[in-house]
Design a protein around this ligand. Structure first.
Ligand SMILES: C[S@@+](CC[C@H](N)C(=O)[O-])C[C@H]1O[C@@H](n2cnc3c(N)ncnc32)[C@H](O)[C@@H]1O
Length: 244
């Protein structure tokens, strides 16, 4: 692969993405639309307004447009990406492209039926050496982003998050009463297993997820596993997974 960075940390760096998008035409992280279309169809109606976070040069928005989703706002903090993608899809009315940081969305409250991200939150977490711990800075970035997503969702709207992170690690970020959503998780993929989380605004966390939130409020983040039982908990090779 021509575009792999020298170190994973560069995935946080807008200059890395600008440079990459200067030459790379199209790359789909965690698989293309056809791999998870069956799941999306159950959670997004064709006429709904959709915001795609960290769109990159993925074909997902274009494929969704071809499948009949015609109200898609795409954002990315790479200006190179946004100018290339807006030129590519200039003949697709209802599809728009804006340079914006996911941590500071400039849309009014309750603007979208659906907010969608694929591998973008993963890119915000690349500084972490292990999924077991998280620096205060990354935790703040993630919280800012999730807060903004929740704010921009209409009541009953859905945040759809596609990631390599399994529920054991990802739900601890999403299960917060403050975001005012419920969580469902799905898997897709053959060979590699990826995850789709559907968080519905205005619904309560289920009892299990509310208990998870309480546990995290009461206890500091856990140490990496030491016992045999804990070792059998799912663990992703975080950095190699993001480097796929
Ligand atoms: C791993 S790529 C995923 C691209 C695309 N979503 C896909 O599925 O193929 C991460 C994307 O998020 C963008 N990105 C990273 N941090 C961002 C931020 N803070 N605000 C907006 N976009 C960001 C990068 O420019 C890059 O296009």
């Amino acid at each position: 692969m021509d575009h792999l960075p020298d170190e994973n940390l560069r995935y946080k760096d807008v200059d890395y993405w600008d440079e990459r998008y200067t030459t790379e035409q199209c790359y789909d992280w965690l698989g293309g639309f056809s791999k998870f279309q069956h799941l999306m169809g159950k959670h997004i109606k064709k006429e709904e307004s959709i915001l795609v976070l960290g769109c990159g040069n993925s074909s997902m928005s274009g494929d969704m447009y071809s499948a009949g989703y015609h109200s898609i706002t795409n954002i990315d903090y790479s200006s190179v990406c946004i100018s290339a993608m807006s030129a590519r899809y200039r003949d697709s009315p209802g599809m728009t492209w804006q340079q914006m940081d996911v941590r500071q969305l400039s849309f009014p409250d309750a603007s979208f039926d659906v907010v969608l991200e694929k591998a973008t939150l993963d890119a915000l977490m690349v500084e972490e050496k292990s999924p077991w711990t998280m620096s205060q800075q990354t935790a703040t970035f993630i919280h800012q982003t999730l807060f903004q997503i929740s704010r921009c969702l209409k009541p009953g709207g859905r945040f759809i998050s596609i990631t390599f992170a399994n529920p054991f690690f990802r739900k601890r970020l999403y299960a917060r009463t403050e975001y005012n959503w419920s969580i469902k998780d799905y898997t897709y993929g053959d060979g590699f297993e990826y995850y789709m989380y559907v968080l519905t605004k205005g619904e309560q966390l289920c009892a299990e997820d509310a208990a998870l939130e309480r546990k995290w409020m009461e206890d500091p983040p856990p140490n990496p596993p030491t016992s045999q039982k804990e070792m059998s908990e799912p663990e992703d090779d975080f950095l190699s997974a993001i480097g796929l």
